[in-house]
Design a protein around this ligand. Sequence first.
Ligand SMILES: [Zn+2]
Length: 128
Amino acid sequence: MRYAITAPFRRANLCHCTRCRKHSGSVGSAQGRVPAAGFTLLAGAELLRVWRPADGGMAKVFCRVCGSSLFGGSWPDGEEVSVRLGPLDGDPGITIQFHSFASELAPWEVPYEDGLPRHDGPPPPRPR
Ligand SMILES: [Zn+2]
């Protein structure tokens, strides 16, 4: 799987929603948003598997060979691509800015004392 990100990430968060937790097998998804024009899938499109919740929730896109969680959001459409930060080899140039779905933290998680904003639901809309 190879892809190029040629625009700065607009935001990054750690999502604790139940779906991200189960999809990751861990505390949730660390993810960043890049403008669609700054994202190019270079190789491995045939390896992607997309799971879409029946209720219209956000897509979960993963590699069918290694199982890595790769993308989310409205994949493959939309003006932004939601990129999982874990699989990146280099520094994405951004750090986690807030927690989303903090109300869905697993009972076994330790409280986050990082001073970052915590949203009990999805991130608030980005200012235009
Ligand atoms: Zn989530």
